[in-house]
Design a protein around this ligand. Structure first.
Ligand code: ZN
Length: 311
């Protein structure tokens, strides 16, 4: 079973949180209503992903973790929508340690294995949980993402997604011919699947290159540090972003979301953050700062309003 950490310092609370989490993990391994049986190919895909995860662990000097087949659930689109607020190909539930795949959205083999790899990289990320005063247990950190306790904003959700995308795309490229042979995937199919989320990769690539330039390091060293932080929870190296882009830039980066929310105010904020990091001129970026913070307030207010509306 993958490791997890509890944030509570009171030993009684920590113990309670751990037993609660173990219960959730057990639940996460039980079949979900409407779950489809895994095909032989699905099982082979998971084996392949687990092999890739071992190579990631060894490369970054991490404890090896593998994904248990019982924690992976394949659902029809209809059943998937009962689990997820967004119409995506897959999702990862940190508390239950479970990966849920949307079968209808993943008929294409390269998208299917890429999504399984993506969710698996979430599943082996740095995870910390916190038992709240009201007895509910919530994730506190998942990778770089600082989860909102008591309904706050999910800081660094976009960076988290970008780091995973960068690693996942790199792995897909590195294993492309092997995947093509093993699963009969057509040439070019993997490139096509990678293209879908390339904007995150390009965004991060630009930032990492700037950091590398600033620190006089090579790109791979910087990229490795950022990827490793996703697994270890280290975040201090993010300070380099402020050195390159200015004092408020890290706060602005933290506002970037994972790209799933299509409400206009969130989309506007996302585009502003992406644009901010593409602008070369420091004074031009400085000018944009105020608008980003204003838009951020709009998003927070709309989240508050949403919370108050009974659903
Ligand atoms: Zn993701």
């Amino acid at each position: 079973m993958p490791k997890f950490e509890v944030v509570n310092t009171n030993p009684e609370e920590a113990e309670l949180a751990e037993s609660f989490l173990r219960e959730c993990r057990e639940k996460g391994m039980q079949p979900i209503e409407g779950e489809l049986e895994k095909t032989e190919e699905d099982t082979t895909m998971l084996e392949e992903v687990n092999t890739i995860l071992v190579s990631v662990a060894d490369r970054f000097n991490l404890e090896r973790e593998n994904i248990d087949s019982h924690s992976v659930h394949i659902l029809s689109a209809e059943a998937f929508m009962k689990q997820s607020p967004y119409k995506t190909g897959g999702m990862y539930k940190p508390k239950f340690e479970s990966i849920i795949l949307n079968d209808d959205a993943l008929k294409n083999k390269s998208s299917r294995i890429k999504t399984l790899l993506h969710e698996s990289l979430h599943a082996i990320s740095h995870r910390r949980f916190f038992l709240q005063e009201d007895g509910t247990l919530e994730p506190y950190r998942v990778g770089y993402s600082n989860e909102p306790l008591r309904g706050g904003y999910n800081w660094f959700e976009g960076l988290n997604e970008a780091v995973i995308t960068l690693l996942e795309n790199t792995l897909m490229r590195a294993h492309a011919s092997e995947l093509q042979n093993k699963f009969g995937i057509a040439k070019g199919d993997i490139t096509q699947a990678i293209k879908k989320h390339e904007y995150f990769e390009r965004f991060l690539y630009r930032i990492l290159n700037k950091v590398a330039e600033y620190r006089n390091e090579n790109y791979v060293a910087v990229a490795d540090r950022f990827v490793k932080g996703h697994f270890t929870g280290e975040m201090l190296h993010l300070k380099d972003i402020e050195k390159v882009y200015g004092p408020k830039s890290l706060r602005i980066l933290a506002m970037l979301d994972d790209g799933h929310d299509s409400r206009p105010e969130q989309v506007a904020l996302r585009n502003m953050v992406l644009k901010y990091f593409s602008v070369e001129d420091a004074s031009q970026r400085e000018e944009m700062t105020k608008d980003v913070f204003t838009q951020f307030k709009v998003v927070l207010q709309s989240k508050e309003a949403k919370k108050d509306t009974p659903s």
